[in-house]
Design a protein around this ligand. Structure first.
Ligand code: PLP
Length: 357
């Protein structure tokens, strides 16, 4: 197998893939594959309930939050959030830190009044903007942030002080470090980076935010529908939920999010040190705001970038091309990536640098 630095869908732990393979034709001794199970069967309900309970335990999610497994990706949440939560005569505040928050804002604007509370666009999103001016507002339905910016490689390390619920698109950060869930009104994430295969979106939402959707909102777009039916209003992404369950078991077996965070910090420090010590590679991102998950880096020439990508590929280090809006390289080093794989990348960077001398 190659070393896969894809931003998503991304590398999964080999143990998890092997386990899924070994259980594929007979899952949990049900005499059938999870792919064949009715979502109303006891066997699947057990999978769903175990997955939910383990996520609750690992993230320390209080009882007054619902965990929902939805479809439509994080992108559908860009619409569902304002459709459910943006009240009449209120505004939704967005902190704009990159392409994904811009997309979230674009959808909210179609639904109601929005305001840009802070943005780092003028700085090409190389840092998290100062958002200290956000305070209480009677007319604010919520404040939306993108906790980890997959493309730009930044991450929030503290939160706005506001009494409006904070909503975090944590697609590329979920389970990567310890957080206090009660600091948020809602956290959501497409599964395909840190949680499992694409096709499932996890929504963690505080009870009091459910049930205020305007009349006429299509049933499937209403959080209340999914909360009341425990994610079984319609056929949920059953295989995806099962895979998330295996990923969570794997995280649990390593020592939970605390240990995952320790590993992630170790991997990220090693890579950033290698970049900072290099004479040809540099990081565009302000030090304090650097992501633990997505690490963009560049040389001073596109030609050298291309040569490095080619060199890396010859060493089985793949999917390192940066997003087209940023250029250069990007290494996504999610939970599943072991330290040894990051070490191999750092070694290749040093070797490449030698060949440039
Ligand atoms: N938000 C962030 C931070 C992302 O990284 C992505 C995908 O990469 C999305 C949203 C969109 O997710 P999806 O493709 O599940 O709609």
């Amino acid at each position: 197998r190659v070393v896969n630095f894809s931003a998503g869908p991304s590398a999964m732990p080999l143990e998890v893939l092997m386990r899924a393979q070994s259980e594929l034709v007979d899952t949990n001794h049900a005499g059938m594959s999870v792919l064949e199970m009715s979502h109303r069967s006891k066997a699947f309900e057990e999978i769903l309930s175990n997955t939910k309970q383990r996520l609750r335990k690992l993230m320390n999610i209080p009882e007054n939050y619902k965990i929902l497994f939805l479809q439509g990706g994080a992108s559908l949440q860009f619409s569902m959030i304002p459709l459910n939560l943006l009240q009449k005569d209120h505004e939704a505040a967005y902190i704009i830190t990159g392409s994904w928050s811009q997309k979230a804002l674009k959808e909210a604007k179609k639904v109601g009044q929005t305001t840009v509370a802070a943005t780092s666009e003028e700085d090409q999103f190389r840092q998290i903007p100062d958002f200290s001016q956000i305070t209480q507002s009677k007319n604010l339905s919520y404040v939306h942030i993108t906790g980890n910016n997959t493309i730009e490689g930044t991450r929030f390390t503290h939160l706005p002080k506001t009494d409006a619920p904070i909503i975090n698109d944590w697609s590329s950060g979920i389970l990567s470090e310890e957080i206090n869930v009660s600091d948020y009104g809602m956290i959501y994430a497409g599964a395909q980076k840190n949680l499992g295969p694409s096709g499932v979106t996890v929504v963690i939402i505080r009870d009091d935010l459910i049930g205020h959707a305007p009349d006429g909102l299509p049933t499937m777009l209403n959080y209340e529908t999914h909360a009341k039916a425990d994610s079984l209003y319609h056929t949920p992404p059953t295989f995806g939920i099962y895979m998330i369950g295996l990923m969570l078991e794997w995280i649990d077996s390593l020592g939970g999010v605390k240990e995952i965070e320790r590993r992630n910090r170790e991997k990220a420090s090693l890579l950033y040190e290698t970049i900072d010590q290099s004479t040809i590679f540099h990081s565009p991102v302000k030090k304090e705001d650097r992501s633990l998950m997505n690490v963009p880096f560049k040389t001073d020439s596109e030609e050298t970038d291309r040569a490095f990508l080619h060199f890396a590929a010859s060493k089985q280090l793949v999917e390192l091309k940066g997003h087209r809006s940023v250029g250069g390289m990007r290494a996504s080093i999610y939970n599943a990536m072991p330290l040894e794989h990051v070490e191999r990348l750092c070694e290749a960077m040093r070797e490449f640098e030698e060949t440039m001398k």
